[in-house]
Write a protein that binds this ligand. Sequence first.
Ligand SMILES: Nc1ncnc2c1ncn2[C@@H]1O[C@H](COP(=O)(O)OP(=O)(O)OP(=O)(O)O)[C@@H](O)[C@H]1O
Length: 440
Amino acid sequence: MPPEPDDSSAAFSTGASGSYVKVLQGRYELGRVLGRGASSKVYRARDVRSGVYVAVKAVRKPHHPCSPEDAAAARRSVERELAALRRVQGHPHVVRLLDVLASRSTVYLVLDLARGGSVQSALEERGRSEEPAARQLFGQLVSALAHAHARGVFHRDVKPENLLLDERGGLKLTDFGLCAFADRQLGADGLTATACGSPAYVAPEILLKKRYDPGMADVWSCGVVLFSLTAGYLPFNDGNLMGMYRKICSGKFQCPKWLSSELRSLIGRMLDPEPERRIKVGEILSHPWLQRDGMSIPVVASSPHPTPEVLKWEAESELPREMNAFDILTFASGCDLSGLIGTLPDRDRFVVSSLSINARSILDKVEELGREEGLFRMRRKEEAGFGGILLETIDGKFVAQASVHLLHEEMLLVEVERASNEELPKFWEKLQSSLKFLTN
Ligand SMILES: Nc1ncnc2c1ncn2[C@@H]1O[C@H](COP(=O)(O)OP(=O)(O)OP(=O)(O)O)[C@@H](O)[C@H]1O
């Protein structure tokens, strides 16, 4: 049986194994479900072009009818996750965002596949870790968080389910759906009031409904993770939720006897119920427990702010007349949103008003460039207002393609893509700059 279809942007075809598979927008063959979240389903998938295995997180638009508040909240959450992921890319222990696609009903985030499952499943299967192994993982987590904080992103949902493991056991921080941004949600005092996080990992100041520093709340959650990793159980637990909350607010917990004194001291400084007294992320990195065994901790991003390119992208995606994921969902059928995450090495996208240029002129230009190059066989397909052109070598090997999608009656999405990022660098540059010029 093929996986249940989510929407019209996926077609079924025969996969490599001979069985039916669901192929997302001609690009990703969906396999088994790796996990589920409140509003998402995560699939193992294969990029049919490169053969590389990835994870596809399908975030569904709320079912209709839903209240305008629910629709707005869902929209904010996916936009926030995308914007956060975009800002924090480039750290070895933050999950990589490879692509973004969308259909009428669903946004698909294509992520690095974490083959080792989550820290939660490792804890359930293998129990607690010895200190050297915990130090390794915890160092990677703190380094990833320090990087996110330096980029103005506070995670606010650090818990073992959101810490994934790659095939070598390296940690990948994921799920930025609840994060806060230093330059948006925080008041002039640097504090926020939004209650979020998962019960056992949530900081007392959030439970007490105080305004809080989200960076320090992340430190608390990391403290709970470190305790759980090394003790094998939660520091604050109770049969009922109110009981657990009371224990969290009291900040009283007991370390098991097998924890070293340095580890006890670090956990104690992280699980300090007073956020002003709590150890800061930067200090954790230089704590003696983490410095033991000459551990090498990945360097934190040098740039304290998002790059101008990211800020521009974010500003654009917030303008009401500009498109963002959900606006496009409203208009498009099976369109691809990778343009929202910027230029990929082997792919570029432009959005242009259909009042200023039409699909035919764009495809004519690509054909002209291909002809000038004289290397290709070209196949062109055009329908009312949209179409594409495929460039192949004389012996039929895919080199590049350009396509024009109609987003809605006034908007075209132009996509160019090549087989690999080494393919024909000069031609690729010419193609990109000509299209940029045409669509500006
Ligand atoms: N990149 C990935 N590689 C492998 N598995 C993944 C990946 N991303 C997510 N998963 C699996 O899917 C589960 C749900 O993913 P995720 O936490 O991102 O969803 P969510 O909807 O944001 O969840 P929540 O409701 O907890 O916020 C994870 O716990 C994990 O088991």
